[in-house]
Design a protein around this ligand. Structure first.
Ligand code: SF4
Length: 356
């Protein structure tokens, strides 16, 4: 086997010691130097000017890029920049940097290529499940986004169900959180799930103060099962128990994403059920009008319908926040990145702000 075949696809996510071993370096400090350059976002050895010229040339010849992926398209809007990232095997994923009114910069990352969960309001679902991302591929999205500016928050709300790739997602989170990398507070990291109960329980058991967002869409079992097949496996009772468990384990307030679909989940009965579901939960409902997609069969509620639904929620004392801008949200769940236009995005919701 040649040296080249033995090299890893990516150096991101490796420790200094692992880099020393992976690149067969003679001196440990070289691994540390390379590690530090990677944290600064170096995608080639040529950028690593404190390495000797001969070492840079040698390593570049063996490994032209330190990353396994590359950005192939960038779409820019006022508040968001979306990157299409090509992986080593030709698959393409997307990630977004969102900027809010307080100038917080949130990286919205993907965890899978496609998704198996089949939520019927989600564009990624139409791709089916292709594969999980490695931790390196998750970290590389962040690295590509850092080229656009410093990042303050992370949400796993891109393509895929993060809890179906939990080990890699947690590995990437530990990397983002490490003091010698980006030192991002765990409270500034949100995992969004369609409601994978074992994943919520596992996250609760870790004791990590990572934030949680659940794509609820409906608090009525038949309606939710119709829109989200995951509900057949983990119905609302099981989901609610898992959320209470998460809460009791010291989890912080979580978000219930509620994608509003006209004629489906915006009447008084739906509001009443939502009120029952949220009882004793330290949760805020994030109301997001459906963002139209030609290939999907839903309709955005009218402003009047939305106002009425909010009035019902007020009557039932449900805590909620509301987006007014149609067509510019992440759409309240993971998976909304398989879209065609940057105009489908806006900053992630205020309820996931942290106070730090
Ligand atoms: S909303 Fe999330 S979990 Fe559901 S299909 Fe889309 S990517 Fe998968």
């Amino acid at each position: 086997m040649s040296d080249q075949e033995k090299l890893p696809l990516s150096l991101f996510g490796l420790s200094a010691e692992q880099i020393t071993d992976a690149l067969h370096l003679n001196k440990k400090f070289q691994g540390k130097q390379i590690f530090e350059w990677l944290v600064k976002g170096a995608l080639s050895f040529e950028e690593m000017t404190n390495l000797s010229k001969s070492l840079r040339e040698d390593l570049s010849a063996k490994m032209p890029s330190t990353a396994s992926s590359k950005v192939i398209e960038t779409q820019v809007d006022d508040h968001a920049t979306k990157l299409a990232v090509e992986l080593y095997d030709g698959n393409v994923i997307e990630c977004v940097l969102l900027t809010d009114k307080n100038d917080r910069k949130t990286a919205c990352l993907s965890s899978q290529v496609g998704c198996a969960m089949g939520c019927k309001f989600c564009r990624t679902a139409t791709m089916g499940m292709i594969r999980n991302l490695s931790a390196e591929e998750i970290i590389e999205q962040y690295v590509h986004l850092t080229k656009l500016g410093p990042i303050t928050h992370i949400v796993f709300m891109g393509m895929g169900e993060p809890m179906n790739n939990m080990e890699k997602v947690l590995r990437a989170i530990h990397y983002f959180h490490a003091e010698n990398t980006y030192n991002i507070s765990l409270r500034r990291i949100t995992i969004s799930t369609c409601g994978i109960v074992p994943g919520i329980n596992k996250l609760a058991e870790t004791g990590l103060p990572i934030k949680l967002a659940i794509s609820l869409v409906s608090a009525d079992n038949p309606t939710r099962s119709h829109v989200m097949p995951v509900n057949d496996a983990y119905g609302l009772d099981k989901l609610r128990r898992a959320l209470l468990h998460y809460q009791n384990k010291g989890g912080k307030r979580f978000t219930l994403e509620y994608c509003m679909l006209s004629g489906v989940n915006v009447d008084e009965k739906a509001a009443n059920k939502l009120a029952s579901f949220t009882q004793n939960l330290d949760a805020v409902v994030n109301l997001i009008p459906w963002n139209p997609a030609a290939e999907l069969p839903w309709t955005t509620p009218t402003t009047q319908e939305m106002n009425k639904f909010c009035a019902f929620l007020d009557d039932f004392n449900v805590k909620y926040t509301r987006r007014y801008t149609k067509g510019r949200d992440i759409n309240g769940a993971c998976g909304q990145l398989a879209t065609k236009s940057i105009s489908d995005y806006e900053l992630y919701n205020d309820v996931n702000d942290d106070t730090e």
